[in-house]
Design a protein around this ligand. Sequence first.
Ligand SMILES: [Zn+2]
Length: 338
Amino acid sequence: MKETLCQYLACPECSGELTLKIDERDGEEILSGELACAGCGRAYPIHSGVPRFAPVEADEHQRETAENFGAQWLEFDHLGEHHEQQFLDWIAPVRPEFVRDKVVLEGGCGKGRHTRLIGRWGAEAVIGVDLSQAVDAAYWNTRDLPNVHIIQADIYRLPVKRVFDYAFSVGVLHHLPRPADGFASLVGRLRDGGSVSAWIYGLENNGWIVNFINPVRKHLTSRIRPRLLYYLSWLPTTILYLLLKLIYAPLGNSRLRNRLFYADYLGYISRFPFREIHNIVHDHLTAPVAFYISRDEFESWFRSEDLEAVEIYWHNRNSWRGFAKRPSASHAEAVHAK
Ligand SMILES: [Zn+2]
């Protein structure tokens, strides 16, 4: 970790100030040491360059998810060119210019693919949080960027202050045991006037996954050892990949294609390389928990946090993306005064 991270950190238990003790460093990087809380006396270790905030107390399912995905993230350690566009599609209407000079928080950073992009787009600072061992990959994927920080922590107990200009989470909240609480936790770290983006699996149009893929995932594939599943998932990936390249891709955005099964989404991913398709298939087979969330339910998350300027859109007609702002302090006071 970099010393500049300290200004954003707070004890996840009591919000107290943390004091940094360095044991080992490599130039600007602190490789090992400790963050001690002046408030409650707890201490959080830093090892292999990453501050570690108690993953042990997390819910069993949540830990299992983190472990399965962690294994995936170490296997799928690759940053392709189409990832930037894909990321922008998930956080629309946010553009790279939007994050410039902002302090950004990512809930569920995996191996740091998006954390790295936010850093490259000129954020003042970006902090990627993940519960899994994928933080080790994320650390190595981002440590050359001085404005990028990675921490291992539970999204429900974020060890950061309420200072963020922008928080986002893509493809993670629906894998939490309590998705709405994960969203609320991120919003809770925004300063007044800060913004949030989330992208989640939709319930609408996903009946076939809910009814046919989910039971297989739940009762069978999520229980297979991650490394074995990685190889087993080659077979369905190959079948899907051939369908995409032989049928969906050649038809482009034609009327005929749009009459095919799950056309928007399969058309969208038909240009992806094999590796990425493998990643997607594996993703749907490995997660112990996956919720498919209706638009109404997604909207209720934004309402319960009193967010304003809420924009919710379909993405490929199978998922939802939302963007909103936390009211500014003056607005909040005005509402309160009414
Ligand atoms: Zn404390």
